[in-house]
Design a protein around this ligand. Sequence first.
Ligand SMILES: [Zn+2]
Ligand SMILES: [Zn+2]
Length: 186
Amino acid sequence: MTRDRRGTSEESHIDIVPIGWVDALAVSVVAANLQTLIGLNAATLPSHPDPEYAYLPLRSQYAAGAIIKALESIDDGSRFKLGIVKCDLCTPILKFVFGESQLGGKAAVISLHRLMDKDSARTYLRAAKIGLHETGHLLGIGHCRTPDCLMAFVSNIEKLDGLPSRFCTACKYEISRSLKHIFGRD
Ligand SMILES: [Zn+2]
Ligand SMILES: [Zn+2]
């Protein structure tokens, strides 16, 4: 049986890349959530070394954009990369970010730095939400005005904790459309 190439293309897949020392359980929880809520099979790659190339001495933080560039340059044939770091991330215009992504691009990064709680289950849940949000951006989904959608713009931890772990109907639809377009998934 012959099928259009798209119909038989690679499975829906994302590589998760721990960068520097990262809590392995946090990585697994992020992976499991990508699988359950988006339907992306998440494989964890071996850890990368600390991202010294991204360090900004004047800010004592790490440039999210530089880490994304490094992730993009990994050429293993896989469409998406999600980096996870423990260090504090920033961008040229934001004092800090929980995560950063390229809209419709190849790579995103999330940081556990500002997500830490003494209740580690809460830390993991926060990481999962940020991972889902940034992956949504990779799939081309912008910020959502529905306040209880994972694609809502979140700038502080209280807002993040108040968010349920779900996408609104419109974003869910856009995500499945995007997956179908990219991976030829039904
Ligand atoms: Zn966002
Ligand atoms: Zn939404």
